[in-house]
Design a protein. Sequence first.
Length: 549
Amino acid sequence: MNQAHFLYILILFVLLNSCNKISYKEILCLAENIVSQQPDSALTLLREIPSSRSLKDKELAQYGWIKSQAHYNKNQSLIDDTLVVYSLDYYKVQNDTSKLRSLYEIAAKYYYAQKDYVNSDRIWEEGIEWAKSVKDSTSVARFYVQRANTLHRLNPHSTDAGEAVRNSLQYKENAGTYYNIVIGDRSIGEDSIRYFLQKSVEIALQNKDTTAAAFYLRNIASVMAERFGKYNEAKEILWQAMSFQTPSQVPTLEMTYICLDLGEIDSAEYYLNKTKEVLNLSKLQGYHVTSPGENSVALAQAVIDYSRNKKLNARDIGRYNDSVFFAMNDQYKDLQAKTETKYNLEKENMQLTINQQQLKLWLMAVLMLILIIGIVVFFYIRSRKRKLLEVEENMEALDRLLKEATENTEADNDSRFFKKILLQQLGLIKLVAAVPTSGNQELLRQMSEISNRDIPADTLLAWDDLYPIVDSVYNNFHSDLTSCYGNVLIEKEIQLCCLLCAGFSTKEIQVVTQQSIPTIYQRKTTIRKKLRIGEKEDIITFLNRQFQG
């Protein structure tokens, strides 16, 4: 295996190991981009993440925000969106204005769904203070109104709701805000109701929203009739609402009840028929008609029938309520079936995800094993190559020593004699003398074992016998060396100096002493330091000069 293959395997392993994190980040980024317009698609993307437990910090906060935002946009219950609190706390620290704008509202409604009304109101107040701090007047007004709606639902007679709505007007005028003051604050008088009514209708008509204007007028008429008994004024308000020619059953149905309160049966029946026409038209156009509306129509019809015939016929109301019950029961069964199907699909999807993860883990384990084996094989082959090369070099060094020690020349007889004795101790000269042929297998074996360090060559050398030969051949070199520096140099350093004096090369010294070349160089450096020899000066030249001096 070469280095290129090793690199490819390493890159593949890293990519496989990191693909999960990259995938989750991409999913969250895409889901965030589409959650406002396509909440269903955003939730589908989030299901690609097996569990939110695999996410941390930023990704977990982003996941919680997207999921709760999607549920909020779909007008679904937020009761299970527990992560929204974590997301809110995280983005507070990050000071992410765009996300905090929606998270305060969602978190407050989450606590409300949990029936934790104290924390719900706390979040509204905190959100209002935050919006003021960032000078977001639109959000301040919106949060005030939302808080007012919550307070009104909890206590219809609360004055706090009306105060919250009034506070919102300091930041932004809105038709719905003026209307909410009338509905949410039962302490205000007639003049205030008329003023706020006029403001809400004016703003709605400025926005060309006649449907909203008709709705406001209908509810204000109801307040005037119910609270203050101003039936005629209420009728005038409703006539104004009906003048918008908006196809809505709301003003005509309210007019029906006012006429009934006044005992005007013919007028009540007239407006009730108008209401039925609008309801039938709405059904034909595919609009959803609420069961309270249907019940109110049936109830008004029963009252009119009783007033004319003195007979109360509530059977139609009962039949309608039965039909509503059966329809809701069927919807509940359908919802159960869909929920069970969804659960089974999610369970199958989870099992598939687990299988994919297991397969990926097995693949990563196999690749890791291959990678480890590849690394082991790579370093083993490289080590073998180095060792073989070293053995070949050692064989060449021994072969050169043998040739120098056995060649028949007159030059350097003394040096050749020392080398011959040293090689004889290694058992090589005897083999050459016995069978002096180039194909001597025993000689090659002995040389190979020494070169491969199968034979501890350094233990074969009898230095006590070699030192006298060094003295004899090289002018008492060993004796002078030990006399001058015996207390400074260790035995191995003395042996190295003797071999250098005999003209042994570094490679030859490595073979006969079985020391590594770095060790030999280190010993030479140590000798220079101990003897205070210059870095470039020859050790033997220096010693001979010292001995002669």
